[in-house]
Design a protein around this ligand. Structure first.
Ligand code: G3P
Length: 208
């Protein structure tokens, strides 16, 4: 049990690194929390107009979840055990820890991101086919509807189903937990989507 708690804490610390904030500041684009939706994620970094910095934010936010899971694997996971099932619980805990760290970072007064990149990084690391399906659903909705939040909400809502079909109920439960948290973090986006005021990708209109 102490090992699981340490895993959770280490993963939280990796997840809490606010790459979006660091990169926009380093690029001289100002404080991302004062721009657009105020979110520290790649979608909002894109609103600065700097695509490379937005792409780097997406990559690094996904990578920190992957690193947290790989650290958990190295520390706790017995590679001789079969993949999937409750034996992989430390890896699922690491994904949860990274997600909580990203969304509720102690360094930013617990006001962090919305978890999309972290969910992508986690799923790709835990089961790359499930991660690729998540990206596919995201891209499909993003390109057809031009709404980043709707794309993420759809991908997250369908992820537990694909996780169940491709892997097992343990990964499905993990994906469901992450999806619930992701929906909670998107509560303002959901209200704007219902009201029809959510800004489209590439539009000049900024969210309040
Ligand atoms: O799912 C995309 C999400 O990150 C939306 O970000 O900045 O539009 O609230 P934002």
């Amino acid at each position: 049990l102490p090992g699981l708690v340490v895993t959770l804490i280490i993963a939280y610390l990796f997840g809490s690194i606010p790459f979006g904030l660091f990169l926009t500041r380093a690029a001289g684009l100002g404080d991302i929390r004062q721009i657009g939706s105020g979110n520290i994620g790649a979608t909002n970094v894109l609103r600065t107009g700097n695509r490379p910095i937005a792409a780097a934010t997406l990559l690094l936010d996904a990578a920190k979840a992957a690193v947290a899971i790989l650290v958990a694997r190295t520390l706790l996971y017995n590679p001789n055990l079969p993949v999937g099932g409750d034996a992989a619980l430390p890896l699922y805990l690491a994904a949860l820890g990274a997600f909580l760290g990203h969304c509720f970072p102690v360094w930013l007064g617990f006001k962090g991101g919305k978890g999309v990149a972290v969910m992508i990084g986690s799923l790709l690391t835990l089961s790359w086919p499930v991660g690729l399906i998540f990206c596919g659903v995201w891209l499909l909705i993003a390109f057809t509807r031009k709404l980043s939040s709707l794309a993420a909400l759809t991908a997250a809502a369908t992820a537990p189903i694909f996780a169940y079909v491709v892997v097992d109920e343990w990964l499905a439960a993990t994906a469901a937990l992450l999806a619930i948290l992701l929906f909670y973090q998107h509560r303002e986006n959901i209200m704007r989507l219902i009201a029809g005021t959510e800004p489209k990708i590439g539009s000049e209109k900024k969210a309040s």
